[in-house]
Design a protein around this ligand. Structure first.
Ligand code: F6R
Length: 606
């Protein structure tokens, strides 16, 4: 979604803005722009264009020594991808950028008599006009009055004519972080990656508080005018973690980071061979006496929840419901105060997941967020938070975040079992001992990268692909199909292997790739039978299994052997293979896997 950066300080702003926008490219966007105060003047200049940050670089003045400006990457919601719709938007005294959606912009157009006066099709320009109409020389008053009328989610970064060196910020729901360093000045951004080069300390702007950034500091006041002290957070990664470090794309770098991400998420939480969340401040009372679990998430995070569901339901014996956040919000929740609600989100900002969490909180106190980004809204609003320690995930397609989300679900499942005596302790200890071996197993899979790459060439020509499996393998198939479609644009579907013949097998014809996952001993032969059914209809079958060799070569066209590990854990190995397969299929098709079309990393609109 839209990326925001603002800087006012002791050095030229333009490079900071452009480099910041480049770092925010991963969020997904289709146009870019900056605005800045002209040197020694209260006048503001705007440069913007549809296209990439590189296109914006081509139209900015090389010698721009302005020390105060704002920059934006736009992901189109209201209005097409045009120069006019790109941000910043200027209406008389007000120039602003915005992330979010103004829900009542139609009413605002009427109330402020803007019909025929707007130059773009955006809701953002309407907001600029509202602030401008309320501006009588005092920026904070204009913002306060404007906010009385503006409804929706927003993070605004605003400059007012004749207020050089000042940037004003305010947000509701949409994320916005800021920081001040004595050496550089004040920064604001939609996420920390935009200014991580300068500091790893930041704070989240509280909702409905107005921040004023100048070269001397950041002042924050609530709408009553009371001063608010920012709560600074520190992340344990730096700019090098957010760079490609020699890899051609972030995605493949992040795939390779999985053994470390897994170990960082799991190891410190294992004490006396059992999962222990005391360092997270998670009290066992959260799990005691629960009758069921509801997992709420979107996309890949939801698929991680599905794997967790399979483990918890089948091994701990508790019913688990996995809800798509955007659906959950509009259904009647069956949650009680004995339901454990787990919300899973890499970014911690996905609006549907956040709103679903808010709804769940009206039914139960037992909310646990599994989140990667420290201090994100979901992490702050959930009663408990279990951070995954994947480090920043920049590629749009989630890889290492998925793996650590599944790992977190496994730890939670095991802890539920311990606390409620739902499983023999010795069994859980042995499971946890094996869980610690997963990073080594993933390393072995990564050694197969070159071989898997050769199969991608075959995939790249396909129009459709099917992913099949049973049990845990089926839950992983969904993620495999999503990964392939989002970065290679090949239509892909996941099916429970036994379900294919109830309709979908009609789509199998000569050469259609079927990626079959068969790692679960208790259903292995059944999956093999299902594979024979598609093979008999001409499918090109890629089989992932733990067999060292396939004795009957007629079962598949390609066999990818997985390192030996207990059945519940092979999902981690197979996930990495599917990620590598999707990645190289995308590369083979000349798609940029880091920035697939139409997609955004952090989905902050509904
Ligand atoms: C796909 C992908 C998305 C996200 C989804 C939720 O590769 O990354 O499906 O998983 O948008 O995002 P978070 O986890 O940030 O809530």
């Amino acid at each position: 979604m839209c990326g925001i950066i603002g800087f006012t300080g002791k050095r030229a702003a333009q490079d900071i803005l452009l480099d910041g926008l480049q770092r925010l490219e991963y969020r997904g966007y289709d146009s870019a722009g900056i605005a800045f105060f002209k040197e020694n003047s209260g006048h503001i200049s705007v440069r913007k264009t549809a296209g990439k940050v590189s296109d914006l670089r081509a139209i900015v003045d090389e010698e721009n020594i302005s020390t105060c400006g704002i920059g934006h990457t736009r992901w189109a919601t209201h209005g097409g991808v045009t120069n006019a719709n790109a941000h910043p938007h200027r209406v008389n005294n007000v120039t602003l950028i915005h992330n979010g959606i103004i829900e009542n912009y139609h009413q605002l157009i009427e109330k402020y008599k803007l019909m025929g006066k707007l130059r773009s099709e955006t809701d953002t320009e309407v907001a600029a006009a509202v602030f401008d109409a309320n501006f009588n020389g005092n920026p904070i008053e204009a913002i306060k009055k404007g906010l009385e009328d503006i409804k929706g989610s927003f993070a605004f970064c605003i400059m007012f004519k004749n207020h050089p060196g000042e940037i004003y910020i305010v947000r509701n729901v949409s994320p916005m972080v800021a920081t001040y360093t004595k050496e550089q000045g004040a920064f604001v951004a939609s996420d920390l990656t935009a200014f991580i080069e300068f500091t790893n300390k930041y704070f989240v702007l509280p909702e409905y508080c107005i921040g004023k950034l100048t070269k001397d500091g950041i002042e924050i006041h609530d709408l009553e005018g009371k001063e608010v002290e920012p709560e600074y957070l520190t992340v344990d990664w730096d700019v090098s973690t957010a760079e490609k470090n020699g890899y051609p794309h972030y995605m493949i770098k992040e795939i390779h980071e999985q053994p470390t991400a897994f170990a960082n998420t799991v190891n410190f939480r294992i004490k006396n061979n059992l999962p222990d969340f005391s360092d997270d401040g998670i009290d066992d009372s959260l799990f005691e006496g629960i009758t069921d679990v509801t997992v709420i998430a979107c996309g890949t995070a939801m698929y991680a929840g599905n794997v967790g569901r399979s483990l918890i339901q089948n091994h701990i014996g508790l019913p688990v419901n996995v809800a798509i956040a955007s659906e959950f919000r509009y259904e009647r929740p069956t949650i009680t105060d004995k339901t454990l609600v787990i919300v899973v989100s890499q970014s911690g900002e996905t609006i549907d997941t956040l709103e679903a969490l808010r709804l769940a909180k009206t039914k139960t106190d037992r909310t646990l967020a599994v989140v990667n980004v420290k201090g994100s809204t979901i992490a702050r609003e959930s009663k408990y938070v279990l951070y995954t320690h994947a480090g920043p995930e920049i590629a749009v397609a989630s890889t290492k975040a998925y793996t650590v989300q599944v790992a977190a679900m496994y730890l939670i499942g095991a802890r539920i079992g311990v606390v409620n005596n739902l499983c023999e302790k010795s069994k859980i200890e042995s499971f946890i001992a094996d869980l610690k071996k997963v990073p080594d197993a993933i390393k072995k899979v990564l050694e197969m990268e070159d071989i898997i790459r050769t199969y991608a060439a075959r995939m790249a020509n396909a129009h459709d692909a099917f992913f099949i499996g049973r049990g845990l393998d089926y839950t992983l198939s969904m993620e495999g199909a999503l990964k392939l479609k989002e970065i290679s644009y090949i239509h892909a579907e996941a099916y429970a292997a036994g379900e294919l013949k109830h309709g979908t097998i009609a789509l199998i014809s000569e050469g259609v790739p079927v990626i079959a996952i068969a790692t679960q001993e208790h259903v292995y032969q059944k999956v093999i039978s299902n594979i024979r059914e598609v093979k008999a209809r001409g499918a090109f079958v890629v089989l992932l299994s733990k067999d060292e060799k396939i004795t009957d070569p007629s079962v598949c066209d390609v066999h990818i052997p997985l390192p030996a590990i207990r059945d519940e854990l092979s999902v981690f190995e197979a996930a990495v293979i599917l990620q590598i397969l999707a990645y190289y299929t995308s590369v083979e098709k000349d798609v940029n896997p880091d920035q697939p079309r139409n997609l955004a990393k952090s989905v902050t609109v509904e």
